[in-house]
Design a protein. Structure first.
Length: 243
């Protein structure tokens, strides 16, 4: 585990909700736009002492569930009601599905569980689905991620996730082509066209957006031909200089 901290959710339908983020290290993909540092296995986890104040302390890995529970209880009693949910993120958190199988039932007694995933490890999701309240699933586009081979794994994952509360997110930039949007729409439609699609303009750390306003609207129009709910939501935390 790399970090535990409190911040706002910057992406997707829950944008602006205050969450506790538990960030796991390691990923099974290698996206071109990735801004997550994976320089080996970290021996320590950065844990925020006061929610949202960035006063991190270092705790040796592996962090024990009791440590996380006592932090959540302290935050709940000191700052009651501020957190909407608990975001399980990474990296790819489903790589830790055995740990999560043990942890999620207990964490969920404190807060609803929000999973942020790259959307390919459907077998791991199957084991955890009953313990998750929200699934934020990526479909990786070749134009932005560099991955060409993930369409079928994404379809299988979405099929599994559709038994829960899922939305799909795609990161787009000026290089994103129409056929990619058709392919995403076709995958979602084959499972359930009412599953929301979030079109997320690629945003750099300095809050520069890598797609023109017109192209963004064109992508929304293309996806809306087949899908019921298509929303454009940027990475808002970048504009607010939040973690
Ligand atoms: S799935 Fe996410 S964490 Fe993994 S390489 Fe891609 S952007 Fe980075």
């Amino acid at each position: 585990m790399i970090e535990i901290f409190s911040s706002i959710q910057g992406e997707g339908p829950l944008v602006g909700a205050r969450q506790i983020f538990i960030r796991f290290q390691g990923c099974n993909l290698d996206c071109e736009y990735c801004d997550t540092e994976f320089s080996g296995i970290s021996g320590t986890c950065q844990v925020e002492n006061t929610p949202g104040r960035r006063d991190f302390m270092e705790i040796p890995n592996p962090v024990h569930l009791d440590t996380v529970i006592s932090l959540l209880e302290r935050w709940q009693s000191g700052w009651p009601g501020i957190h909407h949910s608990l975001s399980i993120t990474g990296g790819e958190p489903l790589l830790q599905h055995e740990v999560l199988l043990d942890w999620l039932p207990q964490l969920r007694t404190r807060h609803p569980i929000y999973l942020e995933t790259n959307g390919v490890l459907h077998g791991a999701l199957f084991q955890l689905l009953q313990h998750i309240d929200y699934i934020s699933m990526d479909i990786k586009l070749p134009s932005t991620s560099g991955h060409l081979e993930l369409w079928e794994p994404h379809r299988l994952f979405l099929k599994e996730a559709s038994h829960g509360n899922v939305f799909v997110k795609i990161v787009v930039n000026e290089a994103t082509e129409d056929w990619e949007i058709h392919r995403v729409s076709e995958i979602i439609t084959s499972v359930n066209p009412a599953i929301p699609l979030i079109v997320q303009p690629m945003t750099s750390r300095d809050a520069t957006v890598a797609i023109s306003p017109i192209r963004t609207l064109e992508i929304q129009e293309l996806a809306s031909v087949q899908l019921t709910s298509v929303r454009v939501i940027p990475q808002t935390h970048r504009f607010l200089n939040q973690l």
